[in-house]
Design a binder for this molecule. Structure first.
Ligand code: C2E
Ligand code: MG
Ligand code: MG
Ligand code: MG
Length: 284
């Protein structure tokens, strides 16, 4: 605990400073070197077609193994990486790593139709995203259609000018676009149609208690109907129970993702699961 030595003195770690704020400073400092120290990895969570039970997609989710703290949740470090600008390099690493993994699975005849990567609003507004995506696709030698980008609804709707051209360029390149956490933002239907995204991802918070919360069930139903009328694929995230999967299927939802089928897995285990599900379907 540093002592204040008169007016203007630096007061690092003064008693008033919460332990949370100190924690945050420490984390941010650690985050800066973590990429070079190779502390990040990607896990993959499968997406399952609700009608056929086929494993048709994956979502790549970043993991940070801190040398002292162990696993740090993305919710704890992604916002920090966004604030200090590190997200741009980190996002490049995610794209590159995911594309290389897709390439290895393709060579082994195991790649699903699409693998999704989460894109931060900061990456999208950096002006570098199109180039990063092109480089990652080229370096791995995969088709753009194999890559899907997940962008959160709140960003797309709040920053229309900023996001429209970038998204149009990415779409023209041939990558697939998915709106993440759908239902939590303020989508304009006209704008959604102009954007010509491929997929809507119903936020987990609505799926979680849709079975006993009529308000959430209404939102889930409305998103599915919207997807159907605009010709978009609809996926539900956070599906944990077979009852939820059946309910979603009966409402016409296309795809599900959640612990019911699988938790996010390391690359090796994902490959084994992909191999297993080339000959078998999921039933619920
Ligand atoms: P998201 O993209 O909405 O991802 C879904 C989150 O739900 C993931 O948490 C996933 O592990 C979790 N999840 C999946 N199925 C279930 C389920 O059945 N039940 C419950 N309770 N949770 C489930 P995770 O991996 O902690 O990621 C949290 C968020 O961090 C992501 O939300 C995404 O916004 C962000 N994120 C993750 N990886 C990346 C990345 O590579 N880049 C960027 N920019 N953001 C990322
Ligand atoms: Mg996502
Ligand atoms: Mg999501
Ligand atoms: Mg979410």
């Amino acid at each position: 605990q540093a002592k204040a030595k008169g007016p203007g003195a630096l007061r690092f770690f003064s008693p008033e400073m919460s332990s949370r704020a100190r924690d945050r400073l420490g984390l941010e400092a650690d985050l800066r070197g973590a990429l070079e120290r190779r502390e990040f990895s990607l896990h993959y969570q499968p997406q399952v077609d609700l009608r056929s039970g086929e494993l048709i997609g994956l979502e790549a989710l970043i993991r940070w193994t801190h040398p002292v703290r162990g696993n740090v949740a993305p919710a704890a470090f992604i916002p920090l990486a966004e604030e200090c600008g590190l997200i741009v390099d980190l996002g490049d690493w995610v794209l590159k790593t995911a594309c290389h993994q897709i390439r290895r699975w393709s060579d082994a005849g195991l790649a699903p139709r699409h693998t999704a990567v989460n894109i931060s609003a900061v990456q999208l507004s950096s002006g570098r995203l199109l180039d990063s995506v092109k480089r990652a696709l080229d370096a791995a030698g995969i088709a753009p259609e194999q890559l899907e980008l997940e962008i959160t609804e709140s960003f797309v709707m709040l920053e229309r000018e900023l996001s429209f051209q970038s998204l149009a360029d990415l779409r023209a390149l041939g990558v697939r676009l998915s709106i993440d956490d759908f239902g939590t933002g303020y989508s304009s239907l006209a704008y959604l149609q102009q954007l010509k995204v491929h997929k809507l991802k119903i936020d987990m918070s609505f799926v979680r208690d849709m079975m006993n919360n009529s308000g959430n069930a209404a939102i889930v139903r409305a998103v599915i109907a919207l997807g159907q009328s605009l010709g978009l694929e609809v996926i539900a995230e956070g599906v944990e129970e077979a009852g939820q999967a059946r309910y979603l299927r009966d409402l016409g939802c296309d795809v599900m993702q959640g612990y019911l089928f699988s938790r996010p897995l390391v690359g090796e285990d994902t490959g084994a699961l992909l191999a297993d599900f080339t000959t078998r379907h999921f039933t619920f």
